[in-house]
Design a protein around this ligand. Structure first.
Ligand code: GDP
Ligand code: MG
Length: 204
């Protein structure tokens, strides 16, 4: 097995969205990823452009269809009528609102590395809709928005944070937000405790 194929090299993209920055939750969010044992390997603040945001959400060519279908299902599961039966029409609106939301102020984009980074970060972030995100997750603990409220006001749901949904998505998204030079390969001394096969360096 090649050196960098070990699970401890898995990376994921997390973005504190404009509402997270405005609510001064950057430190709290970073703390949660740090305390689980993940390593911060890239971080920057920026105001993304509309094009950059559109490209981000459409890196996966299926995103428009899948998100539209998921949204229609969500409406029906609640006994509500979706605004359209056409998934692409639904996603066009979601994307337009996401572009407004994500370009409304600075965001903090980060790359986190460690075993199962994608799955661990998704677990800590919680489900997409804050109304139903589990207690103890970032979205569950710090925000109360819902699709019902955001759809009524024709805006994106304010869910504080973006996190890659799969390793494949993470690899595409990291390249979209960071140049290779901006991601630092370095050793964190505490990683030895997490990953060393033999904990043989502790006793003097
Ligand atoms: P995430 O990976 O948990 O952020 O969720 P997705 O990748 O499925 O969706 C990306 C973004 O699209 C979310 O952060 C929401 O802003 C929006 N979105 C997804 N599903 C829905 C939905 O059912 N209704 C509405 N209004 N927006 C949605
Ligand atoms: Mg997603």
């Amino acid at each position: 097995m090649g050196k960098k194929t070990h699970l401890k090299f898995e990376q994921t993209l997390a973005i504190v969205k404009p509402d997270g920055v405005q609510r001064s939750l950057v430190g709290e969010i970073i703390k949660r990823f740090e305390q689980v044992g993940l390593k911060l390997v890239a971080v920057k603040m920026l105001v993304p452009t509309t094009d950059h945001v559109e490209q981000h959400y459409t890196l996966d060519p299926n995103w428009r269809r899948v998100t539209g279908e998921k949204t229609i299902k969500g409406y029906k599961a609640k006994g509500m009528t979706p605004p359209s039966e056409d998934p692409l029409e639904i996603t066009a609106k979601i994307l337009a609102n996401l572009k407004k939301y994500m370009t409304s102020g600075p965001v903090v984009a980060m790359v986190w590395q460690g075993a199962h980074a994608v799955g661990i970060v998704r677990k800590l972030v919680g489900g997409t809709e804050p109304l139903t995100s589990d207690v103890g997750t970032i979205r569950g603990d710090y925000v109360l928005d819902s699709y019902q409220m955001s759809d009524t006001d024709n805006r994106a749901v304010r869910n504080l944070i973006h996190a890659s949904g799969s390793v494949e998505e993470a690899n595409m998204e990291i390249k979209h937000w960071f140049s290779g030079k901006e991601v630092t390969a370095y050793k964190l001394f505490q990683e030895q405790v997490t990953y060393d096969v033999n904990l043989d360096g502790i006793l003097e």
